[in-house]
Design a protein around this ligand. Structure first.
Ligand SMILES: *[C@@H]1O[C@H](CO)[C@@H](O)[C@H](O)[C@H]1NC(C)=O
Length: 156
């Protein structure tokens, strides 16, 4: 066989080698794929009714009802070109739907885990994390929040 044809004979082996060296999706990327737009909407619905409210109530801000501690824990996400040390940068991000979803996303990247031990890390776990907080997220969703949340998930 000429060298030319040998190249083609071995090409599939090289392809497999090259593909196996390609980076695998990170664990974070895999489980956060369940944190989709529907999930954000339903957390938002259950948290505040998801009106376009841009205010803070008893130190919980914006459509996802985010506290300053949660924001700090999530790595102080701010609006583009804003400065996390600026007074008001937390409120301005939390009160903006897009920016607030980035806060939630960072929080879930940090704490994402199978809160209800059903073998999946899905929207229900993210919602339990949102409500209960990262380190101890096992508490079942209850009350008005839970009924709004599950009704929202069913209707999407
Ligand atoms: C988004 O997440 C919800 C809740 O887990 C799920 O029901 C829905 O199928 C997902 N949608 C897509 C497009 O993946």
């Amino acid at each position: 066989m000429s060298r030319f044809w040998l190249f083609f004979a071995y090409a599939p082996i090289f392809m497999v080698l090259i593909l196996s060296l390609a980076p695998l999706p990170s664990a974070h990327g895999v489980f956060l794929s369940n944190l989709n737009d529907t999930c954000f909407r339903c957390i938002c619905e259950a948290s505040t009714g998801c009106s376009a409210q841009a205010d803070c109530r008893q130190s919980y801000c914006g459509p996802f009802s985010i506290s300053r501690a949660y924001w700090m824990d999530a790595g102080r996400v701010v609006l583009p070109n804003d400065d996390p040390t600026r007074w008001g940068s937390f409120e301005d991000c939390a009160n903006d739907y897009e920016c607030a979803t980035n806060i939630v996303n960072q929080y879930m990247e940090k704490y994402g885990t199978d809160c209800n031990s059903d073998g999946l890390v899905d929207c229900i776990d993210y919602t339990m994390l949102h409500v209960n907080g990262g380190p101890r997220c096992q508490g079942a969703l209850g009350g008005a929040f839970a009924s709004k949340f599950f009704q929202c998930l069913r209707s999407k």
